[in-house]
Design a protein around this ligand. Sequence first.
Ligand code: UDP
Ligand code: MG
Length: 320
Amino acid sequence: MLVKKLKLPILYLVLPCYNEEEILPLTKKTLEEEMSNLINNEKISNLSKVMFVNDGSKDKTWSLIKKYHEENSLFAGISLSRNKGHQNALLAGLMVAKEKSDIVISMDADLQDDISVISKMIDAYKEGNEIVYGVRESRQKDTWFKRNSAELFYKLMKMMGVEVVYNHADCRLMSKKALDGLEQFQEVNLFLRGIVPLIGYQSSVVYYPRNQRVAGESKYPFKKMLNFALEGITSFSVKPLRLIIMLGLIITIISFLFLVTCLISKFTNHFVSDLKFILLSIWFIGGLLMLCIGLVGEYIGKIYNEVKKRPRYIIKEELL
Ligand code: UDP
Ligand code: MG
């Protein structure tokens, strides 16, 4: 019996939190129950913990986390020196949790990812998978806009040749081995759901329902979502650069053909000059050039960031 107990995996749940004071009490209560069930049913070791990552919140999030930690050793927390964004906060949590646990499951602090997924993921881990991707069964409960923009995003990623698991966000289980692999990816432009499939190892997928946010509001407004999608594509694919070359080639061919027809018209005494047409083409080419330069700039910006090798996160305080 003792031997069996020793073999139970230590699970760390990692939840990034940014201004989540409204939902945190509910999240804490739900996870407290779920974790004690899992521990009592001998699915996980009693050394398992729930680790909140405070991503530079401006509200009472960190003081709540501190309070939970004092009340119950099940709760741990780390606090970043400032707001670094969801992906960096998640990475910080994963790297700290890795040192203390056998498996880590990441989920959002609003528990929109149904917690039934935890037990399913542990089962999949026990079947020998090092990475288990949580996939949303349906997005019916998301807003129309969120659902459709997310669908477009996954389609675009696929078109650009980026390997991502469809409808999988950042709810996933990773073993210590897989996290050691993740640690070796040193990129600053973090897009974890693109990096994780590159680690390799045996992996599987579990499905779960996606719930509505019950309190607080989304910390991913349209602007952040758009930035995230752009980050995902430009960090993983050079296809946009090739598209520019194709676009340039097509425009060159078309304008060359126009020139030839103009010349033929001129030599056959037809009226050619059209100021409007010339002005329009100048504007068109001008806009296109700006677009292309902007896109090239996007990559230069990436190189700039990578070259500087700035730290991806700095931990201010740890409650472990
Ligand atoms: N989050 C974070 N830092 C940020 C923005 C968001 O740690 O700068 C966390 C947030 O607290 C939540 C998760 O990332 O736990 C997902 O955010 P949210 O639920 O607002 O996104 P949505 O579900 O609307 O896409
Ligand atoms: Mg959410």
